[in-house]
Design a protein around this ligand. Structure first.
Ligand code: SAM
Length: 277
């Protein structure tokens, strides 16, 4: 899918007028803002408990700015942090504490198809990163690559949320505004357009980011994006089509089993290579 086609006409007009610049999701100012936008989550605690004392070889797909990869390395594990955004890698590089720098290997690659020439005890695809894989073929490509990189006893952990009723009811689209202050006179105002497309099961997202420097609006950036919300069955089938089997599906990080009647909330799936019959 070409996300540029998802641009709202009024934002496309700002681009045409030259009043704003196009920035890809997770690139440029979006990478810089990621850590302020990202709310804390209990996932890292869950990963650390599941990985255990190790030391283990861990691959994180879509590792971003290292929110999960850094604490996992700090716990004594070696983490391959794979992301296709050089700008997210750059932010992460600036945050990696010196004592763990030799346990974090940053890899710029596409999670849809990668070959690292080694296998891992754990592969993590966390925090809704699977939503970026909008096409079924890209999810299957990613899971196929995962299965090639798992040790025989290795585990693939994938977590995502089911979209809420209010998100899915937003069929007409709406704008929302957030302010991020980075220092006394600097920060950003982000106007987010969000619309749910039930036919394609995806959210169309457009961000207009207005950068404030020394108390004045200076630069404007526009980012078109889309998120696809897969069902649990769809993910299970895609995983199982690539030589793995799902051994656990949880409904939260405390270990509550996932219920088929859940309409929204977290889904945590754990898979392994299919054992020979
Ligand atoms: C929601 S962020 C998650 C970042 C990090 N895992 C965390 O938990 O904070 C998604 C990340 O996936 C990356 N990403 C999206 N599509 C990708 C692809 N096809 N290949 C590699 N990385 C991708 C983005 O650049 C971004 O850093």
């Amino acid at each position: 899918m070409n996300v540029d086609e998802l641009l709202q006409p009024e934002l496309a007009r700002l681009l045409a007028l030259g009043w704003a610049e196009l920035r890809k999701d997770y690139h440029g100012i979006n990478a810089r803002l990621y850590d302020s936008v990202q709310a804390g989550s209990r996932d890292v605690e869950y990963y650390l408990e599941t990985i255990g004392p190790g030391p283990a070889a861990v691959l994180e797909l879509g590792s971003g700015t290292g929110r999960a990869a850094i604490p996992i390395a700090e716990a004594g594990h070696t983490v391959y942090a794979l992301d296709n955004s050089p700008d997210m890698h750059e932010v992460m590089r600036g945050k990696v504490p010196a004592p763990v720098s030799d346990r974090i290997v940053q890899v710029e690659a596409d999670m849809v198809d990668f070959s690292l020439g080694m296998t891992f005890d754990f592969v993590i695809l966390g925090l809704n990163t699977v939503f970026a894989l909008v096409e079924d073929a890209s999810r299957r490509g990613c899971f196929r690559s995962v299965s090639r990189h798992l040790k025989p006893e290795g585990r693939f952990i994938l977590d995502f949320m089911l979209p809420s009723a209010s998100l899915m009811s937003n069929k007409d689209g709406s704008y929302d505004l957030s302010v991020y202050q980075e220092s006394a006179g600097c920060g950003c105002v982000v106007v987010t357009y969000n619309r749910y497309d039930p036919g394609r099961r995806l959210s169309v997202l457009n961000f207009l980011t207005l950068e404030v420097i020394e108390g004045r609006f200076c630069n404007a950036y526009i980012t078109p994006a889309a998120e696809y919300y897969p069902s649990v069955d769809e993910i299970r089938q895609a995983i199982e089509s690539t030589g793995m089997e799902v051994i656990e599906t949880l409904g939260n990080y405390d270990g509550r089993p996932f219920s088929d009647t859940a309409e929204d909330g977290d889904v945590i799936m754990v898979a392994r290579l299919k054992l020979p019959e």
